[in-house]
Write a protein that binds this ligand. Structure first.
Ligand code: GDP
Ligand code: IMO
Ligand code: MG
Length: 425
């Protein structure tokens, strides 16, 4: 398929990086459209682990063009660290480009992320504290600094001084924090601009050219549907649009260019950060899933909350993203857990059963998951490479997921490595 979107269907960390890396073997272009270094995408190739935050997961293929679109917020410091990490491992970054429209995460954004979380106290969102929300706030307030500005020192100095003065006022007078030395920040970031300048190019133009040449393009989602600013569990969400619709806006392409949309899911559910989680398991099974699945954040190292597979969430994702197929990862983690539960609907406090994910947290709060029990399995499936090799209980689990979500399971992850995948179509 020439152009495919790969997005997260739950609360992130579904293994998007792994799926992109696998599909990128056939792609000529991989594009990131939103989010920033709040993302942590893991790629494991032959036992070597790469953790990517900003750089698209196609980077391990030397000839793949890797693009960071206008909708991304880019922390130059983090980006340079990632470049260095790849350089140390002899991974070429010569085919990496950043759109001049992408907004720059400045140090005051990171500071304000931390200060506002602290101010919220027990009502904090549990952000990654990477400055993502405050950078998008400036973008929409129309006072942000873009990549174009960063690589033009005179423009950058003027804009950074103007916005920096206001940020210092907010930091000191609203939060009682410490002001930034603006001259020092400007000279530090001007140096970053010099390093980044060769990477800046128009991603919308590059993507369109590739499309016209009939090249295969993968759009790599970051975060996930339930972290979407509109279709997620607001306010416990991120500040961008991780849903498939966000891809077109964030990379500057039209919807007609997209041929296929794949939603990545885990065979169970996890969430890092605060907010509702109907199928959460605060018990031994939840702990077991966390330990077997290595459920600790790629970006912050925080333990991920764990729970049963929730088909209500997946149906929501199938609908809002227009999914053609699901990549179901981490099926191997469910081995040895005994019988498995799948949430098929929610029961509201008044006894009504709903099949869709509610719009408001107040409505979700009173909901109890309605479970169906399915047979578990004990076999080690990490070596399976075809659907037929899977134990019957696994096949039944997948079939039930497909029925409940009204979407085919196109890929099945049975381990973290690139090779540990079953591709059905
Ligand atoms: P992303 O943010 O969606 O790219 O996912 P992360 O990389 O943050 O988290 C997914 C984790 O699961 C990583 O540690 C992956 O190496 C791992 N992983 C991905 N797919 C599988 C799978 O099928 N089985 C197992 N056991 N681990 C997997
Ligand atoms: P990937 O791409 C999981 C969560 C944070 C927090 C909320 C808001 O690896 O799947 P933010 O820093 O974005 O303002 O935090 O969103 N969050 C993620 N959770 N995976 C991610 O990315 C996430 N990116 C943000 O934990 O709950
Ligand atoms: Mg992640």
């Amino acid at each position: 398929m020439p152009s495919s979107i790969v997005i997260g269907t739950q609360w992130g960390d579904e293994g998007k990086g792994k799926i992109i890396d696998i599909l990128a073997s056939q792609a000529e272009v991989v594009v990131r459209s939103q989010g920033g270094n709040n993302a942590g995408h893991t790629v494991v190739n032959n036992g070597v682990t790469y953790k990517l935050h900003l750089i698209p997961s196609g980077i391990l293929y030397p000839d793949t063009l890797c693009l960071i679109g206008a909708g991304v917020v880019l922390d130059p410091k983090n980006f340079i660290e990632e470049l260095e990490m790849l350089k140390e491992r002899n991974i070429s970054t010569k085919n990496l480009k950043i759109d001049p429209r992408a907004h720059v995460v400045m140090p005051w954004h990171i500071e304000l992320d931390g200060l506002s979380e602290e101010f919220r106290g027990n009502s904090d969102i549990g952000t990654t504290k990477r400055g993502i929300g405050p950078t998008y706030m400036d973008k929409y307030e129309r006072c942000g600094i873009r990549m174009y500005d960063l690589i033009h020192p005179e423009v950058f100095k003027e804009k950074a001084m103007a916005t920096g003065k206001l940020k210092n006022k907010i930091i000191t007078e609203v939060y009682g924090g410490e002001a930034f030395d603006l001259d020092a920040v400007i000279s530090e970031y001007t140096e970053y601009g010099k390093i980044l300048a060769p990477f800046v190019d128009d991603v919308s133009v590059l993507t369109y050219q590739a499309h016209k040449e009939g090249k295969t393009i993968m759009f790599e989602g970051a975060q996930a549907t339930l972290l979407d600013i509109d279709f997620g569990t607001y306010p416990f969400v991120t500040s961008s649009h991780p849903v498939s619709g966000g891809v077109c806006v964030g990379s500057g392409v039209g919807p007609k260019m997209i041929d296929r949309i794949i939603g990545v899911a885990k065979a169970y559910t996890t969430r890092v950060g605060k907010g509702p989680f109907p199928t959460e398991l605060n018990d031994e099974i939840g702990e077991k899933i966390r330990n077997i699945g290595g459920e600790f954040g790629t970006t912050t190292g925080r333990p991920r909350r764990t729970g049963w597979f929730d088909a209500v969430i997946l149906r929501h994702s199938v609908r809002v993203n227009g999914l053609d197929g699901i990549a179901l990862n981490k099926l191997d983690t469910l081995s040895g857990l005994g019988d498995l539960k799948v949430c098929v609907a929610y029961k509201k406090a008044d006894g009504t059963v709903i099949n869709h994910f509610p719009a408001a947290l107040e409505e979700l709060d009173g909901c109890e998951p309605v479970y169906e029990t399915v047979k578990g399995f004990d076999e080690d499936i990490s070596g399976c490479r075809t659907f037929d090799e899977l134990p019957q209980a696994c096949k039944d689990y997948i079939k039930r997921v497909e029925e409940l979500c009204e979407c085919p399971v196109a890929m099945i992850g049975v381990g973290p490595d690139r090779a540990q995948i079953i591709i059905r179509d």
